[in-house]
Design a protein around this ligand. Structure first.
Ligand code: PMP
Length: 281
């Protein structure tokens, strides 16, 4: 099949998937999600995604009883129904289905939804344009909750201005992008905001930092300012499908392109690690 949808035991093509209007995800966004790569029907970094997923569930106090093993089996079944060798698999769990009352309803079971479709890995060569916007999100950006309106609006503004991403800042301090992390190279050091409540601890970000350390490239998890960003040697956008996309313009001003060697090295090392993890054959 071209894509797949799943909801509480039922598989259907995404476009035909039905969910109840009283799923709390619909009217409160009361749930959490994850998105990961599936290459040749094998998961990349499933363990890391499951661990972040459990942390998000704990924060929202959603008692999702399914074990990782049982969940993995369903995710695998979903991925196997999609023909593509290069998928992005999304799954979400909401608190349950109930009439609309803010406090937690009693006696409901969490709902599991899965969506998977072909999504190619982003090109690593082309320098991207980004727009800078204030970070108006809540104080728990480390939680992958379904409430993504500031990110959605920022991504739309970026699109309207011909940009690939929006870089968020809080009072001049860069946090991350609307749906990715931002890493900077300056003087041979790989720098990015610390994994606190102001950013989502990206799985890709974590792997870039780990690989850099293995290569003896100094790593600095200290947030940088907008001025420092404009003076970066290179800037890289990272997420599940964006393996270190270079940034060449910020708000239409040319930036970066000053350490292409280290940029390419990190991109290549990451890609090798990625393909090794899913199996090259
Ligand atoms: N930050 C935000 C706000 C995101 O939505 C994402 C992607 N889900 C990321 C960072 C990157 O995370 P990952 O590398 O785990 O895809």
């Amino acid at each position: 099949m071209e894509n797949i949808g799943y909801y509480n035991g039922t598989f259907a093509p995404m476009e035909q998937l039905m969910i109840p209007a009283l799923d709390r995800g619909v009217y409160f966004g009361d749930g959490v999600y994850e998105a990961l790569r599936v290459e040749r029907h094998r998961f990349f970094a499933l363990k890391e995604h499951l661990s972040r997923f459990r942390a998000s569930l704990d924060f929202l106090r959603i008692p999702f009883a399914m074990t990782d093993e049982a969940l993995t089996e369903i995710l695998q079944e979903a991925a196997s129904r999609v023909d593509s060798d290069s998928q992005q698999l999304y799954f979400q769990v909401t608190r349950g289905t109930s009439t609309r009352t803010h406090s937690f309803p009693e006696g409901v079971e969490p709902n599991l939804m899965i969506l998977s479709r072909a999504v190619p890995l982003a090109d690593l060569v082309e320098y991207r344009r980004v727009v800078v916007l204030p970070d108006t999100r809540w104080g728990h950006c480390n939680i992958k909750s379904l409430n993504l309106i500031p990110g959605v609006l920022a991504a739309q503004i970026a699109k309207e201005r011909g940009c690939s991403e929006a870089v968020f800042h809080r009072e001049g301090v860069v946090s991350e992008c609307s749906s990715s992390n931002l890493l900077m190279l300056k003087g041979g050091v790989l720098r990015t905001a610390p994994a606190d409540e102001r950013i989502l601890p990206g799985v890709t970000r974590g792997h870039f930092l780990m690989l850099a350390q293995q290569l003896n490239i100094p790593v600095d998890e200290t947030a940088f300012s907008l001025e420092e960003m404009m003076a970066a040697d290179e800037l890289m956008i990272t997420s599940t499908s964006a393996h270190g996309l270079p940034v060449g313009f910020v708000d239409d001003k040319p930036v970066c392109g000053r350490d292409k060697t280290l940029l390419r090295r990190l991109q290549m090392v990451y890609r090798e690690f990625f393909w090794d993890s899913v199996g090259k054959d």
